[in-house]
Design a protein around this ligand. Structure first.
Ligand SMILES: Cc1cc2nc3c(=O)[nH]c(=O)nc-3n(C[C@H](O)[C@H](O)[C@H](O)COP(=O)(O)OP(=O)(O)OC[C@H]3O[C@@H](n4cnc5c(N)ncnc54)[C@H](O)[C@@H]3O)c2cc1C
Length: 304
């Protein structure tokens, strides 16, 4: 066991130190399949278990929350501190009233989309193309096809570093395209969402949207979706393509031939290759177009 993991395990209550994973490869928990180990990796049983874990964790131990790791680049040196995984843990999805549902953070967006269709609620089809959790979608204000997560939020339940839970409304956040700023050191446990009644909703619309996506994006290859946000009135993909970068490769990472805003791990790319390619794309686009691309993907952890 690494010394860093041992230090954390020594500091946490035995009921948890027996259950957490240590030196857990983050390659297993990210859609890019790259990145070093997390010192400690915890999947809670439920919200009570999660808040109990946070309360007994020494405050000096940093926390990283993850959903399905579909927007994360974990560097090769891994994550110091504790990773909290919500998928497979916070999975409740309930209808509260005719147009209002309660969704826990670990629910996959695709499940949310399908369930809304079954309930005759919409528009929620856009969630079907987002391969993450509701928690990640709240953190990112994820969106697609004119839909955006926070347009549907009534309120959210959050927990802070002391395990204290509270309810917040959208007014507590600064929300824009793929960006959500709120109180520091708080994480999403669940949300109340509203949709309109859409009695004719059926899964054909979801299938059609996914089919359209397959035509234009390298679905099925290891990626994190769009690497960069679109600059105002522009498209990152078009800027990258017209800078001649489609297919550009560093190690086993390359700019997708199908959609230039996707970077593919062909199997053996290290996080350092992916990050070097991200920086190369930024430098080239800045030189060719005088536009600074900002990463949508969250880059975390330590270099090797
Ligand atoms: C093939 C592909 C297609 C994609 N298409 C789209 C798209 O159309 N639109 C789009 O918006 N995105 C898209 N993405 C990106 C990604 O799916 C979204 O950003 C998604 O919302 C991330 O969710 P996640 O659960 O995987 O989050 P993670 O990648 O696990 O985490 C992302 C960020 O959210 C934080 N976070 C996670 N859970 C919580 C929580 N409970 N509380 C607080 N913070 C949390 C993490 O700390 C991290 O900073 C795509 C990705 C892939 C691989």
């Amino acid at each position: 066991m690494s010394g860093k993991a041992q230090l954390i395990l020594d500091a946490i209550a035995p009921e948890f130190s027996r259950r957490v994973l240590h030196d857990e490869p983050m390659t297993k928990h990210t859609s890019w399949h790259a990145g070093g180990p997390a010192d400690v990796f915890f999947t809670p049983r439920d919200v009570m278990d999660l808040t109990a874990f946070i309360r007994q964790l020494p405050e000096r131990v940093p926390l990283l929350w993850i959903g399905l790791g579909s927007n994360l680049l974990v560097r090769d040196g891994g994550v110091r501190g504790a990773v909290i995984a919500t998928h497979g843990a916070l999975g409740a999805l309930e209808r509260e009233s005719a147009t209002r549902i309660r969704v826990q953070a670990g629910v996959a967006c695709a499940r949310l989309a399908r369930q809304c269709v079954k309930w005759g609620l919409g528009p929620a089809e856009f969630f079907a193309g987002i391969p993450g959790t509701l928690g990640g979608a709240l953190a990112m204000n994820a969106g697609a096809w004119d839909g955006e997560t926070w347009r549907h939020v009534i309120d959210v339940e959050v927990v802070d570093r002391h395990g204290i839970r509270r309810t917040r409304t959208p007014a507590d956040y600064d929300i824009s395209y793929r960006r959500v700023r709120g109180p520091a050191d708080e994480w999403f446990l669940s949300a109340n969402l509203f949709f309109e009644r859409k009695p004719g909703a059926n899964e054909a619309a979801i299938r059609e949207l996914l089919e359209r996506r397959k035509q234009t994006q390298p679905i099925g290859q290891w990626s994190c979706g769009s690497v960069f946000t679109n600059p105002p009135n522009n498209h990152a993909g078009r800027l990258i393509e017209s800078a001649g970068l489609k297919g550009f490769r560093i190690g086993d990472a390359s700019v997708s031939d199908k959609h230039a805003n996707f970077i593919i791990n062909h199997g053996a790319a290290r996080a350092a290759d992916l990050e070097a390619l991200i920086e190369h794309v930024q430098r080239t686009v800045a030189r060719v177009h005088q536009i600074e691309l900002t990463t949508e993907v969250r880059i975390v952890g330590e270099p090797a």
